[in-house]
Design a protein around this ligand. Structure first.
Ligand SMILES: *Cc1c(COP(=O)(O)O)cnc(C)c1O
Length: 387
């Protein structure tokens, strides 16, 4: 058993990040300014989009994107139930109704065959979630959206660096929202971005993300700026600071190296678990570049004398942190009680949930760390194996 606890996730920050943050602190300009504008340019260039707007979180990016599309009271927005709660919460913030669909068993991404039955004349947008960094079936989702005149806003919180049929995520749909939360594929501690092609929509999102003010602080307080501004919409306070963008600029430089490391570690897991019948891993379809944000496994409970909660406790006893991504949103008390969901409504997500466990997967891990995880999983699985 390993001596030191291996956390479920950790960010990887280096000397460059420290130096760049110090430069911002010394510059006297700490909120949204030149570092953030540069970060936006680099994000746009990295994914190949015309516009990128840096924001305080992916939650903010999803909220302001849907708001800028005019989604509000009486509208419906379709998303996957196997996601982080904020994907659905922001729909409620707009007084629209979240409508959930089930996921595909092999990848746990949105199942497009479930969409048709959910589209009504009130449906305004689909929010596909690239679960674990594996892009959804965007051809099918896009075709249904186009046929029904519905917007597509991707929840790409796990998927910076991923690609679908050779196109980077961030350029596939009308809008894509990324997360730079502490343990995502790259981080600004807290942060996010939205990428898009449409210039007018980009202007609107920028406006909505800073109180609806006609001028940001940089345009008001610098020597070439002027004090007068107008409020054109009652917007939000969702801007990213230059301190955070300094981190983001360094992290974006390292993203491809981080990704390669994630793939290396994930393939160690893939090889080690391929012959086991106490658990199964998710698959990656040939048309995608996987961002490998998470490494979820599905425990085969029929083969084990313990449940998932106990398996996680046993992993903790082996000094290894794990987590569960995610409790399906429709099973959370607020959603269950408000919308009257019952067990069996989304059978694939519900079944996956009882068996899901995410293993540590991050570039700071060593091969030895990954081997410790593998050995712990195998030890627990064989000890509690049934029959
Ligand atoms: C992390 C996450 C979010 C929210 O990202 P924040 O930047 O923390 O707001 C949204 N959707 C999914 C699927 C996530 O994992």
């Amino acid at each position: 058993m390993r001596k030191e606890f291996l956390p479920y996730a950790l960010p990887l920050l280096g000397e460059e990040e420290k130096q760049e943050v110090l430069k911002v602190l010394d510059s006297g300009w700490i909120t949204t300014g030149p570092r953030t504008f540069e970060f936006e340019k680099r994000i746009a260039a990295y994914v190949g989009a015309s516009h990128a707007i840096a924001l305080s979180s992916c939650t903010a990016a999803l909220h302001v994107s849907l708001a800028a599309l005019g989604i509000g009271e009486g509208d419906e927005v379709i998303t996957s139930t196997l996601t982080f709660c904020s994907t659905a919460n922001v729909i409620l913030h707009l007084r629209a109704k979240p409508v959930f669909v089930d996921v595909e068993r092999e990848t746990l991404t949105m199942d497009p065959s479930q969409l048709e039955g959910k589209v009504t004349r009130r449906t305004k947008a689909i929010v596909p979630v690239h679960y674990a960094g594996h892009p959804c079936r965007m051809d099918e989702i896009g075709a249904i959206a186009r046929a029904n005149g519905i917007h597509v806003v991707e929840d790409a919180a796990h998927a910076i660096g991923a690609a679908y049929r050779g196109k980077k995520i961030g350029t596939v749909s009308e809008l894509s929202c990324f997360s730079f939360y502490a343990i995502k594929n790259m981080t600004t501690a807290e942060g996010g971005a939205v990428t898009l092609e449409d210039e007018d929509l980009a202007k609107k999102i920028r406006l909505y993300s800073l109180h609806g003010m006609s001028k940001d602080a940089w345009k008001r307080y610098t020597s070439t700026g002027s004090w007068y501004y107008e409020v054109l919409y009652p917007g939000f306070k969702y801007n990213l600071t230059d301190i955070q963008s300094a981190l983001g600029l360094c992290q974006l430089e390292k993203l491809d190296t981080f990704m390669a490391r994630r793939h290396e570690l994930a393939s160690l897991y893939d090889q080690a678990f391929s012959g086991m019948d106490e658990l199964s891993t998710l698959s990656a379809r040939s048309e995608v570049t996987h961002a490998r944000h998470l490494y979820p496994v599905l425990l085969n409970l029929e083969r084990l004398g313990i449940d998932r909660a106990r398996f996680i406790e046993e992993m903790r006893a082996e000094n290894i942190g794990t987590t569960v991504n995610f409790v399906p949103v429709h099973m959370h008390p607020y959603y269950r009680d408000t919308f009257g969901y019952k067990s069996g409504d989304f059978p694939v997500a519900e079944d996956a949930y009882t068996r899901l466990m995410s293993l540590p997967l991050y570039p700071r891990m060593t091969v030895r760390d990954a081997q410790d995880v593998i050995e712990a999983v195998k030890r627990i699985a064989s000890y509690y194996r049934k029959g």
